[in-house]
Design a protein around this ligand. Structure first.
Ligand SMILES: C[S@@+](CC[C@H](N)C(=O)[O-])C[C@H]1O[C@@H](n2cnc3c(N)ncnc32)[C@H](O)[C@@H]1O
Length: 281
C-alpha cells in the first residue's frame, strides 16, 4: 500500500497559516499529505501548485488530490521554482525534504540497504546520475568527499579505497553488492544517505531554492522547511538568520519545532524532523 503520513501536520499548518483564496507551492508534493491539508484551508478560491521530481509520486498525489480542481501538479525539481512562480506572487512555500515512504518500500528504487535492488537512489528517474554511476566511475577522492561531507563518516577514505579496489574486479550493481563490501554495518544508513544526497544534489537544490524563495513570496508570505538531517537544517537556519539580518525575513520558529513523542511513536519516520518557518516582511 502506498501511504505516507505527513510529518508535523498540525505545527506546519499552524505556522504556514494557509487562508482562503491564497496561492501556495508545495515543492515536495510526495503523496500529497501536506498538500491536502493546505488545500482544505485555501479552497475553493485558492490554488496549490505541487512539484515533485518523482513522476510516480506525482501520479499517486494526483489520485489522492482528485477532489480538488484547484491544483496544478508539475513534474519538476523544486530548484526550478523561480521559473514556475512569478515574483511576489506566493502566499506560502512548503519544502518537506527527502524521501517518502514508497521510496523506501520499493526495492527497485535502491533507497533501502535492507532490501536488495539496483543501486539507483534517484528521485527523478529521468536523470542519468545514479548511485551505481558514482560507485563505478567517480574518482576515489570524490567518493571519499561524498561519504565524509554528506554522511559524516570518519573512515570515508578507507571505504572509498575499498570501493575502488572492489570495482576493478566487478562493477557495483545492487544494494547487496555495497552492503557486502561495508564491514561496519552500522555505517550503512550514513553511506546510503550520503549517496542519496549526492545523486540528487539535495543540498544544492535546497540552497538554490532558499535563495530564490524570498523574491517569490508576497509581503506577509510564509516559507516552511521540514528537514531530516543536520546538513539541511544548518542551511535553513543560517539562511533564515542572514535574511533576518538583511530585514527580509522574520523568523517564526526561534528554535526548530520537532515532533511530539506521540507522533514519533505513531510515525517513526518523523523522529529526526525539524521544522523552521519564516515570514517575508
Ligand atoms: C518527504 S516526501 C514529501 C511528503 C509530502 N509532504 C506528503 O505529505 O505526502 C519528499 C518528496 O519530495 C520529493 N523531492 C525531494 N527532493 C526534491 C526536489 N529537489 N525537487 C522536487 N521534489 C523533490 C521526493 O520525490 C518526495 O516525493
Amino acid at each position: 500500500m502506498n501511504f505516507h503520513a505527513p510529518v508535523l501536520p498540525t505545527e506546519t499548518l499552524e505556522l504556514l497559516a494557509p487562508h482562503g483564496g491564497e496561492l501556495f507551492v508545495d515543492g515536495t508534493l510526495g503523496l500529497g499529505g501536506h498538500a491536502k491539508l493546505i488545500l482544505q484551508k485555501i479552497s475553493p478560491k485558492g490554488k496549490l501548485i505541487g512539484l515533485d521530481a518523482d513522476e510516480r509520486n506525482l501520479q499517486l498525489a494526483r489520485e489522492n488530490l482528485a477532489d480538488f480542481p484547484n491544483v496544478e501538479l508539475i513534474h519538476s525539481n523544486f530548484r526550478e521554482l523561480n521559473k514556475i512562480a512569478a515574483l511576489n506572487s506566493l502566499d506560502g512555500i512548503l519544502l518537506d525534504l527527502g524521501v517518502s515512504s514508497p521510496h523506501f518500500d520499493d526495492p527497485a528504487r535502491g533507497f533501502s540497504f535492507k532490501k536488495n535492488g539496483p543501486l539507483d537512489l534517484r528521485f527523478d528517474q529521468s536523470q542519468p546520475l545514479t548511485a551505481a554511476v558514482i560507485l563505478n566511475s567517480f574518482p576515489e577522492a570524490q567518493i571519499a568527499d561524498i561519504l565524509r561531507n554528506f554522511g559524516e563518516i570518519g573512515i570515508s577514505r578507507k571505504i572509498a579505497h575499498q570501493i575502488c579496489v572492489a570495482r576493478r574486479q566487478q562493477k557495483f550493481q545492487t544494494t547487496a553488492d555495497l552492503v557486502a563490501l561495508v564491514e561496519v554495518k552500522s555505517l550503512l544508513p550514513q553511506i546510503f544517505q550520503a549517496l542519496r544526497i549526492a545523486v540528487n544534489d539535495e543540498l544544492g537544490a535546497l540552497e538554490n531554492t532558499l535563495n530564490s524563495a524570498p523574491k517569490l513570496l508576497k509581503s506577509g508570505g510564509r516559507i516552511a522547511v521540514i528537514s531530516f538531517h543536520s546538513l539541511e537544517d544548518r542551511l535553513v537556519k543560517n539562511f533564515f538568520r542572514e535574511q533576518k539580518k538583511a530585514g527580509i525575513l522574520e523568523i517564526l520558529t526561534k528554535k526548530p519545532i520537532v515532533p511530539s513523542l506521540a507522533e514519533v511513536q505513531e510515525n517513526p519516520r518523523s523522529r529526526s524532523a525539524k521544522l523552521r518557518v519564516a515570514l517575508k516582511i
